[in-house]
Design a protein around this ligand. Structure first.
Ligand code: SAM
Length: 220
């Protein structure tokens, strides 16, 4: 299968195994991943966030309920919310999630935004699990016609050591030794929160002012 499907498959396998109830996809673009997750039994809340409202609206109709869904209602209800906003902004709409995915998002962030995002994601949103994928620059030698970055909007493409040192900051561990091969084409990191957030801290965060713009709110 194409690479983007393999990335989605990675997320779907996680969902199959760990059964998260509240899932958000940051930089969800045309909502393709949300679309594949929308009728997963365990999922009760599905949220997408992107800075680009036009890209969100393009295929958003694929997430809205069809008459058939009302005729044959599923056992559990599903709420889908799409927001326009930046991943560098704190909004209570993204608190309390079991899983937050960031698929090929971080390489689109400028250095300042990337630093802010790390704090927003791990400090503020603090979901139980985070899955982040980003291109592996070392793989580029295997890509025909790839001279600079893989995409003109990419602000960087990290090799494995660079990605691992970014994630190491949050406590994932020592960077692996460089190996002779180039590694995977998409590098993926999975983080699991190893502490329980206090009610007080969560309450304080819930009081933040909403800043995202709601583009879609659908209840199945
Ligand atoms: N996750 C999608 C997928 O797997 O198909 C594709 C991601 S696309 C390569 C990167 C997306 O990140 C774009 O839709 C872009 O609008 C979004 N993006 C870039 N900067 C952002 C920011 N600061 N906040 C939220 N979204 C952002």
């Amino acid at each position: 299968p194409p690479l983007y499907q393999q990335r989605y498959q990675f997320v779907k396998s996680y969902v199959d195994t760990y059964k998260p109830k509240k899932v958000a996809d940051l930089g969800c673009s045309e909502c393709a991943l949300l679309h594949t997750l929308r009728f997963w039994d365990c999922i009760e809340v599905l949220v997408g966030l992107d800075i680009d409202e036009d890209v969100l609206r393009r295929k958003m109709h694929t997430l809205t309920p069809l008459a058939a869904h009302y005729l044959e209602p599923s056992k559990t209800s599903l709420t889908v919310n799409l927001y326009q906003g930046s991943v560098t902004q704190k909004d209570p709409a993204l608190l309390g999630f079991d899983l937050i995915t960031c698929i090929e998002l971080i390489e689109h962030l400028k250095a300042d935004d990337l630093a802010d995002f790390r704090e927003v994601l791990f400090g503020f949103m603090a979901p139980f699990t985070v899955i982040i994928s980003t291109p592996n620059a070392e793989f580029n030698i295997l890509l025909p016609k790839c001279t600079g970055f893989r995409h003109p909007d990419h602000k960087f493409e990290w090799n494995r050591r660079e990605f691992q040192s970014w994630v190491e900051f949050t406590g994932v561990g020592e960077p692996l030794q460089d190996s002779k091969n180039v590694g995977f084409c998409s590098q993926i990191a999975v983080f699991t929160r190893n502490y329980t957030e206090s009610e007080e801290s969560l309450k304080r965060k819930m009081e933040y002012k909403s800043v995202y713009k709601t583009v879609l709110h659908a209840v199945y």
